[in-house]
Design a protein around this ligand. Sequence first.
Ligand code: GLN
Ligand code: ZN
Length: 751
Amino acid sequence: MTTSIIGYPRIGAHRELKFATEKFFRQELSEADLQAVAAEQRKVNWKKQAAAGIDFIASNDFSFYDTTLDTAFALNIVPKRYQNLAVSPLEKYFAAARGHQSEAGDVKALAMKKWFNTNYHYMVPEFDDGTTIQLDLTKLLSEYREALALGITTKPVLIGPFTLLKLIRFTGQTQISDVQDELVRAYVEILSLLVTEKVDWLQLDEPALVFDLTTEDICLFKAIYAALLPQKQTVKILLQTYFGDVRDIYTDLIQLDVDGIGLDFVEGRKTAELIETHGFPTDKKLFAGVVNGKNIWRNDYQKTLDILKTLPEASLIIGTSCSLQHVPYTVTAELELPQDILRYFAFAEEKLVELKDLNDIFNHGQGESLTANQVLFAAQRYQGNQVVQAKVAALTDADFTRTPTFATRERVQKDIFELPKLPTTTIGSFPQTADVRKNRLNFKRGEITKAEYDTFNQEKTKDWIKWQEQVGFDILVHGEFERNDMVEYFGEKLDGYVFTKNAWVQSYGTRCVKPPIVWGDIARVQSLTVEDAVYAQSLTDKPLKGMLTGPVTILNWSFPREDISLKASTLQIALAIQEEVLDLEQNGIKIIQIDEAALREKLPLRQTDWNSEYLDWAIPAFRLVHAKVAPGTQIHTHMCYSEFTDIIPAIDAMDADVISFEASRSDLSILDALQANGFRTQNGPGVYDIHSPRIPSVEEIQDVIRRILTKVPAEKLWINPDCGLKTRGVTEVKASLENLVKATQGIRSEL
Ligand code: GLN
Ligand code: ZN
């Protein structure tokens, strides 16, 4: 057995690449200096992998922004609007990644999408009718040579042709079938360059094979590889999959003339079964992804060895379940957490050691590392919370069902709130200006007292409430000035979470997130938001929305436990949020918004699994949160991204009274689906795009509202912007929202 790495994080252990790239964006760093930082990061990564004794070390997994975008550039799948800019090649690349505005031209960025079921986002390559595929393998070859010069032989990584075709957006008449041959020719050319370069192995990433595949997909895949593989000469090909199992194509895969197949044993529920049923050919290497590349917990060696023992030993190479780019760099950078906690974590660097350990144990039997690992897993990791566990165990159907019915509540609430037609509101936050962030920093550094910190935030709330009243909003918000982040804020107050200082993971480009870690049973040990909500409500006679984050989103934006199911953790969080909801209600808050911004995030890749593996517990978990409130208490929710046309019935089944969602960036494409499904929940599709600093005019917003009204009945419609006001400046927010209210008032008089 030997060891393999699919890919390594690239932002830098201290986010060196991020900071250098952002400096380059601000023109504070030259391109040459940025290249030097990049080269240094690659060197550090390779040396780490080599020092850990990894046999198959990845190259070309580095990227200035995104590897799918790199692959598109290597193949010239780049719209003319970027190519025509009179800027350097690197700047053209960044223009496609994030847009460009200068004398050289003004172009928007390519679309960005979630990378499979991760929180990483990739740039969607665009293929228009003017695109001609043309190979430029400079990046891959130079990075391969760079490693070689350090004495390290690597296996270059590329997105495979099938996955690339599935990810490309065709914007003209051209279709997959028109470019398939051309694309294969480019990959053949890649192979011949690699032969000349004497590259031993090439890793082609084909994660698209873990989706539900149609007969057409399977034909396409087979046709591509039938044309490609006879040309590989001396280059060995590793066909790498991850994020699930390949049940729809396994029997075809094992007949291919590839030299290795990479399979995921962590998320691939059926991987072991596929091998058991259909076998694995002796002429190929099996790259077994047994160490979780997505989560931060130590590997249970005994469990892993038990899996490995069932696999064909002679062909076995072990690796991670996916690229390590989805986990932080190293546990050793966490100086503030006790060893008792840290010893349970394995980030990228520690996972290298785990692979090496597993390899040694497998070859030489019981050793110190196995014993130590067994001791770790035999010990009780944390003190469980029996009360919470018992509460979850005692849940019955009634706990997930709000009474009376939606329709009855709608009538009751109409009488209570006496809202005008098309009620206006916002999503919750107001701009987190420099002074708001400074106040938080001062408090964190101990430079001001808690009382001073709170007073500052309360003054902000007071100003914004006054402003909302003046402008004429119907339902007000307090502005969320006390929140750094919509998950961390709650995590910090709940029992059961731990937080890191340096455990950053790339979200997209230079943006990173630092997800909190679900350590134990989650419990509410103090009120989370009641004080702020009560204070804000005391300032106004208008109803004010209490503002919470929902259990599914809290879980989806954390590193979850592996010793209990996602469902079990989510239900614990749901019970904690339920207590908060009831507390808010008791304290006179009549409208409560429970954000499920990230509800869609963990939707399984296979549509056939959506209900049985996710929606069947995620939607009830949300209902649990609000099932016990009085009929007159109005429950709102909010969802980001409008990509949920396909789960509309599930969203109705959340049984909220009102939902707002981000819609304007997708050109209101959700509306048809709402209409087609007879969407019951009152709803507010965002009427303008807050991601741009431009101020929409009254007429523009009215056009949008009129368009919405052709699909959503007036009695169901709320008027609100898209989410994310906290990231904007005060001037544009005020001007835009004033126009939003004026626009609504105008339309009301037409109804
Ligand atoms: N209530 C949050 C806000 O307005 C919602 C954030 C989000 O949708 N991601 O900031
Ligand atoms: Zn949102």
